[in-house]
Design a protein around this ligand. Structure first.
Ligand SMILES: [Mn+2]
Length: 316
């Protein structure tokens, strides 16, 4: 069972337009692709769009996000309680603080996270060069302190208390895939965390998708996590393939690499001795305003199809 939740909120990045991501993904055939694979798909439609709020010392729409996340978290929790896999359509990646918090609460923190993205999204307000909150979800999910004083710190603390109150993401259970634009503070965080896994595009160049994904599989087994959330930012793909995204970075995954990555995750999940279960998925940062012929949403839908078992010969 898959439950689609649209979250058209895009106020915490440099460029608006990913609020149109959910309809673009639907029009690219998301639900039919999944239904054809034999999955039962329920589409709950969209939450409202966000409402802008005054900037807080350079941080865009912090209040708007704090107001938005509880309902998203709530809807995600309801899908999880029904035993379904929530498929959240963004919107910007800042939304992850809401839906992943729901999964952390549901599974009592027994969660591993695969963050498929050109960016690490692990800045705190102190380390962020831009102040864009869409680059801070992992820091918030781990419950890191803001590193600053004054109003921003107060808001950040309020944010942690209201959205990620009890169960936090364990740093050693975070994995990144496809990194190629990482800020200095994020590098420090990744380096000083024992046990996390950061697979960069350089790793993919040198060892390919097969080897790096085998490494991921060994890593997740070692973490002992029983549940996995996959967060898919379309900017992990090369902009030639997926131009419709706000913070595109050259040198991303090719079409074949992207699909192979999804197919390998499916292979791991379907293995009889697989120790973890896929409990949630999101597709974020699709911005149709800067796309070409909805290519980015189409690619994302194909990718989700591969993740749920669509293959050339239809057999494993
Ligand atoms: Mn990104």
């Amino acid at each position: 069972m898959i439950e689609i939740i649209g979250a058209p909120f895009d106020l915490c990045g440099p460029q608006q337009g990913s609020r149109l991501g959910p309809p673009a993904l639907r029009l690219a055939g998301l639900a039919p692709v999944l239904s054809k694979l034999g999955l039962v798909v329920t589409d709950h439609g969209d939450l409202p769009t966000g409402v802008e709020s005054p900037n807080l010392q350079g941080m865009l729409n912090f209040d708007s996000l704090i107001g938005y996340l509880p309902e998203l978290k709530n809807r995600t929790a309801q899908a999880l309680d029904r035993g379904a896999i929530p498929l959240v359509l963004g919107g910007g990646h800042e939304l992850a603080m809401g839906y992943i918090s729901a999964a952390l609460a549901k599974f009592d923190g027994d969660l591993a996270l695969l963050w498929i993205d050109a960016h690490a999204d692990a800045n705190t307000p102190k380390t962020s060069p831009s102040g864009n909150i869409h680059g801070m979800p992992i820091a918030a999910l781990q419950g890191l302190t803001s590193g600053v004083e004054g109003l921003v710190d107060k808001q950040w603390q309020r944010f942690l208390d209201e959205v990620v109150p009890t169960t936090r993401m364990r740093p050693e259970r975070c994995a990144w895939y496809g990194l190629r634009d990482v800020d200095p503070g994020e590098r420090d965080l990744i380096r000083r965390t024992p046990g996390d896994l950061a697979i960069t595009m350089q790793d993919v160049d040198r060892r390919g998708v097969v080897e790096t994904m085998r490494e991921f599989n060994r890593w997740i087994r070692n973490t002992g996590a029983k549940y996995l959330w996959i967060s898919f930012d379309v900017d992990v793909l090369d902009p030639i393939l997926a131009p419709g995204t706000g913070t595109a970075v050259r040198g991303g995954l090719s079409y074949r690499e992207g699909h192979l990555l999804a197919e390998m995750i499916r292979e791991f999940l379907d293995a009889p001795d697989c120790a973890f279960e896929l409990v949630g998925l999101d597709v974020v940062e699709v911005n149709p305003l800067i796309d070409s012929h909805n290519e980015t949403a189409k690619m994302a839908v194909e990718w989700v199809g591969s993740l749920f078992g669509k293959s050339i010969l239809g057999v494993h």
